[in-house]
Design a protein around this ligand. Structure first.
Ligand code: PLP
Length: 236
């Protein structure tokens, strides 16, 4: 069940978000169609997710393996599931055949395990390298001056396909303050994009959440992960 009021709110939020994405994309010489919107569905119930699906949005992001699996089994529709949260090695096997993209690869040990599980099902698993641009203690991710080395190492894993970079920027009330974080990561992304390898196919720069997606897109993001901006504040 979803009440009319919730339907209306989601509808209005989607209109607002897509409008903002389009505006920001145009500022950087692109349009709405160039930006991938991953609707972040963590803690959100299936009826609300279904409503978003019916509006034509089919890429959903979850940050927990258990919740992703539970929702995965409740949908028959073709959904592109994204794992966006920290991934423990012992849980890789639970999602390897379910997700389109893992955004949160932050260690060689994790990459090795993904490679192992992907090889078992004959898949070349698309991943993003999570980067901790601001070098915050509290966040996972590879430091910016270690990314190139890290990706170099990825090339030895046959069942890994590096599709790009992801970051969670520090929270700032005023997103303007973190613009340099996005600018910096775009630079690194462009540098790596020039390299060619069978295991590297840079296509996604995943940066931007409810609070900062406009700035992130203006600085070159082509994949944003938005939850609150669509569903409203999450119940904890
Ligand atoms: C929750 C989450 C988001 C979405 O955050 P909002 O502020 O609700 O848009 C994006 N990325 C990751 C990794 C998350 O865990």
């Amino acid at each position: 069940m979803i009440i009319l009021q919730d339907k209306r709110a989601i509808h209005e939020n989607l209109e607002k978000v897509t409008h903002n994405i389009d505006q920001a994309a145009r500022k950087s010489g692109r349009t709405l169609g160039d930006i991938n919107l991953v609707v972040v569905t963590k803690t959100i119930d299936v009826d609300k997710i279904n409503h978003v699906y019916e509006k034509g949005f089919h890429s959903f992001g979850e940050n927990r393996v258990q919740e992703l699996n539970s929702k995965y089994s409740q949908f028959n529709e073709e959904i592109n599931w994204h794992l966006i949260g920290h991934l423990q090695r012992n849980k890789v096997k639970d999602i390897i055949d379910k997700v389109q993209l893992i955004h949160s690869v932050d260690s060689i040990r994790l990459m090795k395990e993904i490679n192992k599980q992907a090889s078992k099902i004959n898949r070349k698993m698309p991943i993003l390298v999570q980067t901790n641009v601001a070098e915050e203690e509290s966040k996972f991710g590879i430091k910016i001056d270690e990314i190139e080395d890290f990706i170099e190492k990825a090339t030895q894993y046959e069942n890994i396909l590096v599709k790009g970079l992801m970051t969670i920027a520090p929270y700032e009330e005023d997103a303007e303050k973190i613009r340099p974080v996005f600018t910096k990561l775009k630079e690194v992304y462009d540098t790596i994009k020039k390299k060619e390898d069978a295991n590297i196919e840079m296509e996604y720069l995943s940066m931007g959440m409810t609070n900062d997606y406009v700035v992130a897109i203006e600085e070159g993001s082509n994949m944003v992960r938005i939850g609150t901006g669509i569903f409203g504040k999450r119940d904890l």
